[in-house]
Design a binder for this molecule. Sequence first.
Ligand SMILES: [Zn+2]
Length: 184
Amino acid sequence: MTAGTSYYYHRIVHLGSYTLRAQVHRDITPYNSYGTAELLSADLTWTNLKWTHGERWTKDTPQPCDVTDAKAVLTNVADELIRRATAILHNGTAVPQQSLDLMGALLTLAYGSTGEHAITAADVRWAKENGGPFRVVPKPDGTVLLTKAHRYDCPLLATQGAEACDDRCLPTNPPPSRSDWSSQ
Ligand SMILES: [Zn+2]
């Protein structure tokens, strides 16, 4: 907080398996004031769900030079952001149903029809650092190819499946043994 030119309030909220962060920044002008509600993603980065422009609420809050308790004056804005972000999560639109269906199918193929597997942030980082980029390639016949077997500039990925692999794809790194993934 820089006295006199701006003030802000941040809040973290845990909703079941979700972690939400509301940030409200009050600048001298409504134009430079804003609030965001973000969701903590699987790889521990923040994904924006909601945004509010300062025009909507700066008139209800004191100028930076006059504020004594930033939390008290910005808490209503943070409440509203959290409420709107929570509505999105409860509607299930944070992850499209088709993506959930594909993840469910992949889990079932790997671990059976009652499969269950926890993915840690370290797992997500490891997956990003090994093999090719993860891509979802829809095929004309309705099948969907989930792949990490191709390099970034492979024709298959570059054309979203319209052209075949040129057979020059090599794994970036031989994946280390992950026997715990196949034995559960
Ligand atoms: Zn390829």
